[in-house]
Write a protein that binds this ligand. Structure first.
Ligand code: ZN
Ligand code: ZN
Length: 195
């Protein structure tokens, strides 16, 4: 199942191939690891020992920024448990050219590595104003009906936008997002892929 989470991420990479024809539009990777990040909580085996002892080997959970540098807009794909570092990384590496918060957040599914970072937008931390969050229908209902996410909807920290699987919509004049269903363990939500 970890493999499939990463598979969802690999789908993201295809964005770069499609965007190269539009000047100023690119993606920036903000993380590459499975839901638990790297090193993994509680792992004392050889796979993680080096990363526990060396910060430069640590990796954030999978996420990327879709950037339109001509129109100074950007969108975040996945709100991970590492979101506070990833927002700061994006801000620093782009020299503050863009708004600190993205113009929207696309979420693939309700496994912890992919959406729980939303909590940083809530009342206890950034208390954001109406950040658009794009999700498939079942995921939308899940966020609307379970805390702490439902409070963020009520307080309008986020505004949910319902996507439709196997459809395309225009994010801007130059960026189209294709949403499709990905087979995965769908306990709380469907799983979306984006192209
Ligand atoms: Zn998953
Ligand atoms: Zn390990």
């Amino acid at each position: 199942m970890k493999f499939i989470c990463l598979l969802v991420f690999l789908i993201f990479i295809s964005v770069s191939l499609y965007s190269q024809s539009s000047p100023g539009i690119y993606i920036q990777l903000l993380g590459i690891a499975q839901d638990g990040g790297y090193p993994h909580a509680g792992c004392m085996k050889s796979c993680c020992t080096a990363a526990w002892n060396n910060d430069s080997l640590k990796r954030y959970v999978v996420s990327l920024a879709l950037v339109d540098s001509v129109n100074n807009q950007w969108w975040l794909f996945e709100a991970t448990p590492d979101i506070k570092y990833q927002l700061e990384d994006f801000h620093e590496t782009t020299n503050g050219k863009f708004n600190y918060l993205p113009n929207g957040i696309f979420l693939t599914h309700a496994h912890i590595g992919h959406y729980t970072g939303l909590m940083q937008l809530g009342r206890e931390v950034m208390s954001t104003k109406e950040v658009p969050v794009y999700v498939l229908p079942r995921f939308k209902t899940y966020l609307e009906t379970n805390g702490p996410w439902s409070q963020m909807v009520t307080l309008k920290n986020i505004v949910l936008h319902q996507l439709k699987a196997d459809s395309v919509f225009s994010l801007t004049d130059e960026i189209k997002i294709e949403t499709f269903a990905v087979p995965h363990r769908d306990e709380y939500s469907e799983t979306a892929g984006f192209k």
